[in-house]
Every structure is written in C-alpha cells, then in structure tokens.
Design a protein around this ligand. Structure first.
Ligand code: ADP
Length: 300
C-alpha cells in the first residue's frame, strides 16, 4: 500500500501554515469555542496572519462568535476561500454551508471525517502564522482522524479547556491521555469559568446600600477612597461559583505532567462579546476576562 494521497494533499496545503493549534475540551459548554475565537482575535490583533477552522461539525458556533453569521464560502481555483473578519483573520466552518442554522447536522462518522479531511486539504488559507482549530468536544471518531491528519502537518499541539468541576476534569484526563496516545503534544490546560471577579468597590457600595444610606455615604466614601487608597478601586475580589472537590484543573495538570496555563473568570461581558461576535480585548468592559486570557496567550 502506497502513501495515503489525502495525507500528502493535507501536508502540501499546510506547508504554508507556520503554527497549528488544536483547541479541545472533554465536555461541551465549557467555553472551548469562546477560547478559540478570542485566541484568534488576540493573535490577529498582534498583526499575525490567522486562520480559524471550526470542525465542531455538530455544533458550529464559530460563525456567530466571529460576527459572521449568514456568510457563505466561495470557491476559487485555489480551493475554498475562508470568510474574512479582517484581512488577517479568515474563518472556515461548516456553519457557512448550512442553509438553516437551526437544522441539526446528523452525519455518521465517515461523512464527518470526509468533511474534516476536505477542510484540511481544500481550504486556501495562503500564508498563515497561526491556524487555530476548534475541535468537537470529547474523544470520538472524528478526533482520531483529526489527530492523524494534523500529525501529518506537524501540529504544535493541543490546548485543553475545562471548567473547575470534577465532572469536567475527569473528561480532561481522558483528553490528555488521548493526546498522549496519538502523539499530539499538550500545550496546556486552561480553566475557564473559574470563579467570578468583582471590583472590591462594588462590595463597599453594596454594603452602604444595605445600610440604607446609599447616597450620602457613597459619595463620601468614594472621595475618601480616591484620596487615600485609590488602589482599592482597582482591586478585584474573586468568588467561587462551583463546588470544586478535586482541586481543580491546576492540580490535575500538575498530576498529569502537562502545563497549566491559567484561569479565566466568569465574565458577563465576555459572554456578551462572544454572543455579538466581538473581540474582548478591545472592550474595556471585559477587563477581568481579557487580562486573564492575555496572560494565558502570552505563554504560548
Ligand atoms: P463550548 O465550545 O465548550 O461548547 P462555548 O464557547 O460555546 O462552549 O461557551 C458556552 C457558553 O458559555 C457561551 O454562551 C459563552 O458565551 C459562555 N462563556 C464561555 N466562557 C465564559 C466566561 N468565561 N464567562 C462567561 N461566559 C462564558
């Protein structure tokens, strides 16, 4: 049996892509696509040439998270053309191919594998600094083929997103073992929805409001805070949201000898930015999540 022509075609196509990063999660709903989308925005804002490939075939949320709903893919003689957010940020998703976004994609393994293969060999990205691949959750059939194809392209490795609860972390352990088995390096684990951060000043004002003397004291307190301890106004307090029995993602990463990249808090403004297809890095309201994401991205 000779060399697999598909693998050769994928290798050739990916030869113009410097870095390939796979974004994985054990479960759905942990923020994997949000992370993949914001990572792509961040890299593009650093003037990198970026492609975002959504192969979460059953739940493609990338078009919405990039503000590209309703767009369509075009064909050229070079291949399928991605849909561009900016000149340096192109996106490819099965979401662009579905006539009705509410329609369920009920495909069996071979058809899904076929499309993933096509995405990898037929999309014309041109020269890219980064290709971010948003994979489906879990370790299903698709993952084995993605792993096989991506390995042929010298993938940098996988980033694994989880929430802090043990139920999510159990599946991340499986995901890490999967990566080890198929030979894809784990670049690190990100803990998302990790508590909520609120400015300390909001607690102070709340306390005053509960006392029933909101107006008078608020102004006075604010002035005195600004004068004597301005740093207090920029301090954040972190509150846990979930019961974390097993020590969270950091402990798990340590036990499994993979890097822990950091925690991203629950942030209403981040979910708003994601919902509206915007970058959180250019929105000052996303301060708590954007700075956490930035610190994680700097480690890559
Ligand atoms: P997954 O890709 O793992 O299925 P998504 O990225 O689609 O998960 O996220 C699920 C939902 O959670 C989305 O509505 C998203 O806006 C929201 N979300 C993700 N991360 C956060 C966060 N840190 N703070 C608030 N909402 C978040």
């Amino acid at each position: 049996k000779g060399p697999d022509p598909d693998l050769i075609a994928i290798e050739e196509r990916m030869a113009t892509v410097k870095h390939k990063i796979l974004v994985l999660s054990g479960k759905g709903g942990v923020g994997k696509s949000t992370f993949a989308a914001q990572l792509s925005f961040a890299l593009a804002e650093q003037d990198k040439q970026v492609g975002l490939l959504d192969i979460d075939i059953c739940g493609p949320s990338i078009p919405k998270m990039l503000g590209l709903e309703g767009q369509e893919i075009h064909q050229s003689n070079l291949g399928w053309s991605p849909v561009y957010v900016e000149d340096n940020l192109g996106v490819m998703s099965i979401g662009f191919m579905l006539p009705d976004p509410d329609e369920a994609v009920i495909w069996r393994g071979p058809r899904k594998n076929g499309l993933i293969k096509q995405f990898l060999k037929d999309v014309y990205w041109g020269e890219l600094d980064y290709l971010v691949v948003d994979a489906p959750p879990g370790t299903s059939d698709e993952h084995i083929s993605i792993a096989q194809y991506l390995k042929a392209t010298n993938v940098d490795g996988a980033l694994i997103v989880t929430t802090p609860q043990e139920v999510s972390i159990i599946d991340v352990r499986k995901e890490i073992n999967f990566c080890k088995k198929v030979g894809i390096p784990v670049l690190g684990v990100v803990e998302n929805m990790s508590g909520i951060q609120q400015p300390i000043s909001s607690f102070i004002f709340k306390k005053i409001a509960e006392d029933g003397k909101e107006e008078d004291v608020t102004e006075e307190t604010l002035k005195s805070l600004q004068m004597h301890s301005p740093h207090l106004l920029s301090l954040f307090a972190s509150t846990e949201i979930f019961h974390v029995s097993g020590g969270g993602a950091e402990k798990m990463a340590h036990e499994m000898h993979v890097p822990f990249l950091g925690k991203v808090p629950i942030d209403l403004e981040l979910s708003k930015a994601a919902e509206e297809g915007r970058s959180c890095f250019t929105d000052p309201k996303c301060k708590s999540s954007a700075s956490a994401l930035q610190r994680i991205i700097e480690k890559l």
